[in-house]
Design a protein around this ligand. Structure first.
Ligand code: NAD
Length: 278
């Protein structure tokens, strides 16, 4: 079984970005907004900050307290929109209750939308003409391509339909000419759908939901899920006996996670370059 080694592929992408950035006189800058104290979000934001520093990209993490108002959050986003030193904005999700993520996201200028979250950028994605691609789903596509796994004409099944992973994942697979099925919490007989998949992307957020009995012989399986259990990270896919069925599998950790960060860095550079043309 082939390992979809996201860590290694991401390192190569980061090396290329670093070389590109070293030749720039002005450096691209990513501004990350973190609201509240969610432990997983704090870890993810730390990884993003570190990755920016590794490749010579500027970054700033702006922390707001969990009790911040919607107005405070949206005013901060407006300020970053008009800050010429910020080229990309990432609003770390989820937001603490009762903050409204949709309303906040819609304040992000599409030209600074680091994770393709705005309705405008999702619209461009749906039309097959994305300005930036959503980091996690784009990372999945890049992993498959890095291992020369054909997507066109394949049966692709995406488990999960969130706006941040499942839906844009399905859209990117469709843009790559796969025949796409989206499964979700109301899907009847998830296993029957998964068993048809040449490419299976698991993003339901349920630990070890998918085991080897869901896998068609020769399938490529990408595990987007991340769960901390007893101090260990595990995914939505139970890797036990996967090698008897799957052609390829992405590990957790070291699979999609590093690709997501590499995608964020790529988008920041892309928005920086696009900004120079305006
Ligand atoms: P989410 O909770 O917003 O969405 C989960 C989706 O799964 C929903 O659309 C729901 O309908 C579907 N679902 C739930 N139970 C199901 C079931 N039994 N069968 C089929 N579908 C079911 O989660 P999300 O933000 O899309 O994230 C999904 C997972 O991916 C989480 O574990 C998250 O931590 C992880 N994640 C990882 C990365 C990364 O970089 N690796 C990035 C984003 C999210």
């Amino acid at each position: 079984m082939i390992l979809l080694d996201g860590k290694r592929i991401a390192t190569k992408i980061k090396d290329e970005l670093k070389a590109e950035i070293s030749s720039l006189s002005q450096k691209p800058k990513l501004s990350v907004i973190l609201v509240g104290e969610d432990p997983a979000s704090q870890v993810y934001v730390g990884h993003k900050e570190k990755a920016c520093a590794q490749i010579g990209m500027e970054s700033e993490v702006i922390r707001l307290s969990a009790s911040s108002s919607q107005d405070e959050l949206e005013q901060l986003i407006e300020k970053l929109n008009s800050d010429s030193k910020t080229h990309a904005i990432l609003l770390q999700l989820p937001l603490p209750k009762p903050l409204d993520a949709f309303s906040a996201i819609e304040k992000i200028s599409p030209s600074k939308d680091a994770d393709c979250l705005t309705a405008y950028n999702q619209g461009l994605l749906a039309l097959g003409r994305p300005l930036v691609k959503p980091c996690t789903p784009a990372g999945v596509i890049e992993m498959l391509k890095a291992k020369d796994i054909d997507i066109a004409g394949k049966e692709a099944v995406v488990v999960g339909r969130s706006n941040i992973v499942g839906k844009p994942m399905a859209q990117l697979l469709l843009n790559e000419n796969a025949t796409v099925t989206i499964c979700h919490s109301k899907t009847k007989d998830l296993k029957a759908h998964c068993l048809k998949a040449d490419i299976l992307v698991a993003a339901a957020g349920i630990p070890h939901l998918i085991d080897s009995s869901f896998i068609k012989e020769g399938a490529s399986v990408v595990d987007v899920g991340i769960h901390r259990q007893e101090g260990k990270l595990i995914g939505d896919v139970n890797p036990l006996a996967m090698d008897e069925k799957a052609f390829a599998l992405s590990p957790v950790p070291g699979g999609v996670g590093p690709m997501t960060i590499a995608g964020l860095l790529k988008n920041t550079l892309l928005l920086f370059e696009a900004g120079k043309l305006n």
